[in-house]
Design a protein around this ligand. Structure first.
Ligand SMILES: NC(=O)c1ccc[n+]([C@@H]2O[C@H](COP(=O)([O-])OP(=O)(O)OC[C@H]3O[C@@H](n4cnc5c(N)ncnc54)[C@H](O)[C@@H]3O)[C@@H](O)[C@H]2O)c1
Ligand SMILES: O=C(O)C(=O)C[C@]1(C(=O)O)C=C[C@@H](O)C=C1
Length: 310
């Protein structure tokens, strides 16, 4: 492993999980970490998320071979500016942001002359903060790297080794294509969940307690997604605006077609769609991509507890 020292900026779910995963699966790699929130720094230290929690970002990156920004995508430009004067010249700069095009542009603009390789581990939960991380988060999960034509192949190989070392599978992708694919597989589903839960809570003729009392199955699954971090998701939608709006246009047309099918009692159209979507679910299960996460303890916030009953 060419990377011996990794600096993690942002010690919430993603930063904490990377720190714990390195400790468990790459014991030869040392970690430093920084979070802008002093309370998070204290809690990260108590959980031992990284080898050393530093008081400044500059200190955290001073000897790093790899710096990973694990902050909301809207916070990346300021976080990158902060370390501009303290980076070792050879350090690889990366991140875990859920959108990639604007993030790559911001990192390259803030840190000229450095090797920037944006990354997105497609792994997470609805929880956030330093108590949310767990070491096995990336096991068998895809991590998408979005290098550009100037990326040195040896740096790309080093970053790939790092992610594979903590359990991930690597896919290399163009940043714009990443943003389009993730708009449909992750961003729009979150928008739908936020919307349907919001709609249910705004209904005049159905009380809030009825919504909570009778929310079995489908709605309950939506509420899990709709509990995801507001800052993170605000930033995702603002930073992947083009792809999200394009996919939302497609989705709205398809929803209108469903509305038409119901109004005109077109059972065949409904049945055909539901059969196609069931096939997709079966393919996900066959690929081992259904909820492969371990029992990560939503109930007790430690990663040791039991999953809530469904
Ligand atoms: N949550 C998920 O499921 C998930 C999955 C994949 C990728 N991501 C991406 O990972 C990133 C982090 O998400 P998370 O879920 O870990 O969020 P989180 O809220 O758990 O942690 C983010 C941390 O960043 C800190 N922070 C904010 N600005 C900072 C700055 N300028 N310098 C240092 N620290 C700063 C916050 O104090 C917070 O502790 C986001 O970009 C998100 O899009 C999230
Ligand atoms: O499992 C969840 O709770 C998630 O929302 C994880 C999820 C996703 O949409 O798949 C969320 C955002 C990411 O950037 C990557 C993963």
């Amino acid at each position: 492993m060419a990377i011996k020292r990794a600096a993690i900026i942002g010690l919430g779910l993603l930063g904490g999980s990377i720190g714990l995963a390195v400790k468990e699966f790459l014991p030869g790699v040392t970690t430093t970490g920084f979070d802008i929130d002093p309370g998070v720094r204290v809690r990260a230290g108590l959980r031992g998320l990284v080898g050393e929690v530093c008081g400044t970002a500059e200190h955290a990156v001073a000897d790093a071979d790899l710096v990973i920004f694990c902050v909301p995508v809207g916070a990346i430009p300021a976080a990158a500016e902060q370390i501009r004067g303290s980076l070792p010249p050879h350090a690889i700069i990366s991140d875990v942001g859920s959108s990639k095009q604007t993030v790559g542009e911001a990192l390259r603009a803030a840190l000229p002359g450095h090797t920037v390789i944006p990354a997105h581990p497609v792994a997470g939960t609805e929880r956030s903060g330093p108590e949310a991380g767990f070491a096995s988060l990336f096991q068998h999960r895809w991590c998408i790297l979005t290098p550009d034509e100037d990326t040195p192949p040896d740096a790309l190989a080093d970053l790939q080794d790092f992610w594979e070392g903590i359990g991930a599978r690597i896919e290399i992708m163009d940043a714009a294509h990443h943003d389009l694919v993730l708009a449909v597989t992750s961003h729009i589903p979150h928008l739908i969940a936020y919307t349907i839960v919001g709609t249910a809570s705004d209904l005049e003729d159905v009380t809030r307690s009825e919504v909570i009392k009778y929310s079995a199955g489908g709605f309950r699954d939506f509420t899990r997604i709709a509990a995801s971090d507001p800052t993170m998701w605000r930033d995702v939608f603002l930073h992947n605006r083009g792809a999200v709006l394009e996919m939302l246009g497609r989705f709205t047309e398809d929803l209108t077609a469903m509305q038409r099918a119901i109004r005109s009692s077109d059972g065949e159209a409904l049945f055909d769609l539901f059969t196609r979507t069931r096939d997709i679910r079966n393919s996900i299960i066959e690929m081992g991509q259904d909820d492969a996460r371990p029992d990560f303890g939503r109930a007790d916030h430690t990663g040791q507890g039991t999953k809530e009953p469904s």
